[in-house]
Write a protein that binds this ligand. Structure first.
Ligand code: B1M
Length: 213
């Protein structure tokens, strides 16, 4: 079995001792950080999601996997942070109200910091107005919204609606992401951009910052 398969399996069993160790082993063996993330941690979590959906495992198992994932991400983090703070722009980031999933949003934050953005991370379960207040306070160009539930994704429309209501729609741009999202849904919810994953989120956000409003 390869190191990455081993890592994905350790994540599935929620082993928060082996996951960081195997993550470090893979890096030491020369596997690129992005490959460790995609082929080990995210691949393992995808199986957890499928097994949870099919009632093969239950919420406590998912929680353990999430804890193990976090331990692995902590080991990877320094490898994505090389370009930290070069003044690329400021992004306010959060998971929308009612939603407690933050692993993907945290990855987006890590990649953005690595690309030189200042990130104001509001955490999870963020109220619509809090996104806007923070963007104004920190003079952010972009608000990044994450949602993992089909029931919470529509909350993004509250943020984009509020921005328009306050006349800030062209000054503060928005990007939407998360498992239930698509480009179409993001547009329907009033977001300026959509990103499928953390890497493309950085590209889309850079484009939003560069585009004249
Ligand atoms: Co929950 N959960 N969960 N869960 N959970 C899902 C999302 C689900 C698909 C599982 C399933 O049924 N197969 C399902 C949602 C179904 C739906 O709405 N259609 C679900 C459910 C139902 C629930 C509960 C309702 C379960 C319950 O209580 N009965 C509950 C809801 C709680 C709440 O939010 N109010 C719940 C709870 C939890 C835990 C707390 C146990 C835990 C979260 C822990 C945490 O985040 N700290 C959890 C987890 C871990 C998952 C799964 C298994 C994994 C999510 C994850 O972290 N993936 C998930 C199944 C799945 O997604 N396959 C599931 C790894 C992560 C790297 O990917 O978050 O997609 P992801 O992020 C990606 C992209 O989406 C994108 O980039 C990231 C990296 O590439 N991205 C962005 C994300 N945000 C972005 C923002 C951007 C751009 C890109 O721009 C700003």
């Amino acid at each position: 079995m390869s190191l990455l398969e081993d890592l994905a399996l350790a994540l599935q069993s929620g082993d928060d001792t082996r996951v960081p160790r195997l993550t470090a082993d893979a890096l030491e063996a020369g596997v690129p950080p992005q490959e460790v993330l995609d082929g080990g941690l995210i691949a393992g979590m995808a199986v957890v999601g499928r097994r949870f959906r099919d009632y093969e495992i239950f919420l406590p198992d998912v929680l353990l996997a999430a804890r193990a994932m976090d331990a692995g991400v902590q080991v990877l983090k320094p490898h994505f942070l090389e370009g930290e703070m070069t003044g690329a722009g400021t992004v306010v980031l959060g998971t929308v109200r009612g939603d407690l999933h933050d692993i993907g949003k945290n990855l987006v934050g890590i990649m953005l910091k690595g690309a030189g953005f200042k990130v104001v991370d509001l955490g999870k379960n963020v109220a619509p107005a809090a996104f806007i207040d923070a963007a104004l306070e920190h003079d952010a160009q972009v608000i990044g919204m994450s949602a993992l539930l089909t029931t919470t994704a529509p909350m993004m429309a509250e943020v984009t609606g509020l921005l328009k209501e306050r006349g800030l729609g062209s000054r503060i741009r928005t990007i939407a992401g998360g498992a239930p999202m698509s480009r179409e849904l993001a547009t329907d919810l009033g977001a300026d951009a959509y990103a499928f994953d953390a890497t493309s989120a950085v590209e889309r956000i850079q484009a939003l910052v560069d585009a004249p409003s």
